[in-house]
Every structure is written in C-alpha cells, then in structure tokens.
Write a protein that binds this ligand. Sequence first.
Ligand code: COA
Length: 189
Amino acid sequence: MSSQQDNQRVEKDRCLVRQWMSDPSAEPLVIQYGRSYKPRDVLWPGWASIIRQNLRSLLVLIAGVIPLSSCKVVIYRLLGMKIGKGVFISPHVMIDPLYPELITLQDECVLGVGCRLFTHEVTATNFRLGRITVGADSVVGAYSTIRSGVTIGEGATVGFDSFVNRDVPRGATVVGIPARVLDGREGAD
Ligand SMILES: CC(C)(COP(=O)(O)OP(=O)(O)OC[C@H]1O[C@@H](n2cnc3c(N)ncnc32)[C@H](O)[C@@H]1OP(=O)(O)O)[C@@H](O)C(=O)NCCC(=O)NCCS
C-alpha cells in the first residue's frame, strides 16, 4: 500500500462502508478491493481500531462458550446486536466477531447448537457486508450457516446443517446446501 492512488481508493472505500452502515435498509455492500491493498486497510485504519476489534472478538469468543443463553444475550447486546424478548441462543453458536451489530434476532427465535451467522465475507477479490435478521418465532437449525444479507421470515425453520444464502419466506421450512424450501412447507409469503 503506497501510491497516492491506492490511498485515495482506501479512503473512498472507508467512506462507502461508513455510508452503508448508516443505512439500515441497504442491500449487502460488495467492495472490490485492489491488488495493492487488503480489506484490513479499509476496516482498521489505525492501532486503536485494531485493539477495539480484538476486544470485541474476545467478547464474542467468551459469549460463545458461556452455556447460559441469558448471559450470551447480555454480551451480544453490549456488542450492538438487536435482540428481542425470549430469544434462545444455544451453545457453540458462532456470531460474526467483526460486525455483530448487523444482526437482529426478533422475539422468541431460537439459534440451534453450533449455527453460524456471518455478516461479513472476504474473497480473493471482494469484501461483502450484509445485515442478518432472524424473524420472530423462527428456528435456525443446528450447525447451519446464515450468509450476510439474509432475512429469515417469522415462524420459519431452517433444517440441520443447511447453508442459507437467500431470504426464507415467513413460515417456510428450508433445508440443504444451498437451502431450498421443502415441498409443501412454503409458508405464508
Ligand atoms: C427440517 C426438519 C424440521 C424436517 O423434519 P421432519 O418434519 O421430521 O421432516 P422429514 O424428516 O420427514 O424430512 C422431510 C424431507 O426433508 C429432508 N430433510 C430433512 N431435514 C433435512 C436437512 N437438514 N437437510 C437436508 N434434507 C433434509 C428429508 O430427507 C426428507 O426428504 P425426502 O422427502 O426426500 O425423503 C428437520 O429435519 C430438521 O432439520 N430439524 C432441525 C431442528 C434443529 O436443528 N433445531 C434447533 C436445535 S434443537
């Protein structure tokens, strides 16, 4: 990372991330980063932000191993997650340590054992950010993975070990990799 052009691109991408964060209804943000800089140059411009990120990651790790759901809820709320009433978070759930604040868990939903919610994603060329909403009274099946940008509708069920990369209609049951609606269980939408 050296040339003035690279510095300008990094600054522009930082600005894009800030703007995207301030719009709760925005579609997932995908940034193509150059060969000459990495997502970390955009996300953590200085030591203070690196230290802050490490502390947040530590809290996410601690919440992950605490067995009591109510204690997890307290920690995740401190990290900015929006969590409704009666939400149950099972052991070994993995919450994205980079952007937990992009996750909303609505009332009475359940996160099954070992499921994973990723609000960010890095590939060799792209960086993607997206919000995740888990609808009221829905269940995320054990060991499933939810991709950034996905909304799981109210009262929906995600089967064991699924990969959910599209929105799930209200009341539907989805299974598989990638997750698809089970015949006869399309739900209400
Ligand atoms: C999706 C689920 C609810 C379906 O259970 P069910 O109503 O008893 O349905 P069935 O077992 O009759 O399965 C129906 C079909 O879906 C398929 N299926 C069920 N779960 C599946 C999964 N996780 N992945 C892929 N296919 C699945 C079955 O093979 C069957 O297909 P077929 O009709 O071609 O034989 C259940 O399998 C499941 O995954 N539950 C997750 C519960 C969970 O993790 N809760 C949170 C932690 S406790």
